[in-house]
Design a protein around this ligand. Structure first.
Ligand code: CA
Length: 227
C-alpha cells in the first residue's frame, strides 16, 4: 500500500481551506486543517506532517511567527500562502526557513506542482549523498567535487557553500540564510563575503563564470542552484 503524504493546512479563510482540502484529498494527500497559528503549531507537533501550507494572515498571530516557531524543530517543507507579495515579505519568510512562497490568488495546478517538488526534494535530501549535474559531480560522503572526472580543489568554505546550494537545488537561498549557515550568527550582514566566495566558486565550477548556468543570482534576494 502506498503511504500518502500528510499535509497540514494552516489557513483561517473557510473558502480557501475548503478548496485546498478538496484539491489535496482528490490528489491522494491526507489533510489536517488548522484555522489559527496556535492550532497549527499543536497539530504540527501531534500529526508530524510531511509538508505544511501556511497562511501569513492568521487571526491570533502573524504567520511569520508561526514559521519561526515551526523551524525550531520542523525540518520538512513549509510553503507560504499569502496575499502579501512585497519582496520584503518574501525575503523575510525565506530567511526564516520557508521552502517556497505562493501569493494569493494562486492556481491550484501550480500549488500542486510546487508541493510535489518540495516533497521530492525533502525525500531526496535525506538519502542522496552523490549529486551530478551534467559534467559536475559532488560526492558528499568523500567530500570530492569533480568535473569531467577531474577533481576540483575547493576550500572548506567553498565546498560548504556549494553543498548547501546543491542540497537546495531549485530553491532561492537568501543572503542572510547562507551567511548564517556558513559563517554563523553575527555574519548575516556581510554580503560581500558571499559575493567573493560565489565568484571564486563560479570560477572553479562554471564553464563560463561570467555567464553561470549553475549558481544563479537572484537579484536583491540571494542565490539559487540550477541543474
Ligand atoms: Ca488569512
Amino acid at each position: 500500500m502506498k503511504m500518502n503524504s500528510t499535509i497540514l493546512v494552516i489557513e483561517d479563510e473557510g473558502q480557501i481551506r475548503k478548496l485546498l482540502q478538496i484539491n489535496l484529498e482528490s490528489n491522494q494527500y491526507a489533510v489536517v486543517l488548522a484555522t489559527t497559528g496556535r492550532e497549527g503549531l499543536m497539530l504540527a507537533a501531534s500529526h508530524q506532517p510531511d509538508l505544511i501550507l501556511l497562511d501569513l494572515g492568521l487571526p491570533d498571530q502573524h504567520g511569520q511567527n508561526v514559521l519561526v516557531e515551526l523551524r525550531q524543530w520542523f525540518t520538512k517543507p513549509i510553503i507560504i500562502l499569502s496575499v502579501l507579495n512585497a519582496e520584503d515579505d518574501i525575503v523575510k519568510a525565506l530567511d526564516a526557513g520557508a521552502t517556497d512562497y505562493l501569493t494569493k490568488p494562486f492556481r491550484t495546478g501550480e500549488l500542486l506542482a510546487r508541493m510535489r517538488s518540495a516533497l521530492r526534494n525533502s525525500k531526496k535530501e535525506a538519502q542522496i549523498t552523490r549529486y551530478s549535474f551534467g559534467e559536475l559531480l559532488i560526492d558528499a560522503v568523500a567530500h570530492v567535487v569533480k568535473r569531467k572526472n577531474e577533481v576540483i580543489k575547493l576550500t572548506a568554505t567553498e565546498y560548504n557553500l556549494l553543498l548547501i546550494l546543491v542540497k537546495n537545488e531549485g530553491r532561492v537561498l537568501t543572503h542572510q540564510f547562507l551567511l548564517k549557515e556558513i559563517w554563523g550568527v553575527g555574519f548575516q550582514t556581510e554580503t560581500q563575503y558571499l559575493r567573493v566566495y560565489v565568484a571564486q566558486l563560479r570560477k572553479k565550477i562554471e564553464i563560463n563564470p561570467n555567464n553561470p548556468i549553475h549558481i544563479i543570482t537572484e537579484s536583491g534576494i540571494g542565490y539559487r542552484f540550477q541543474s
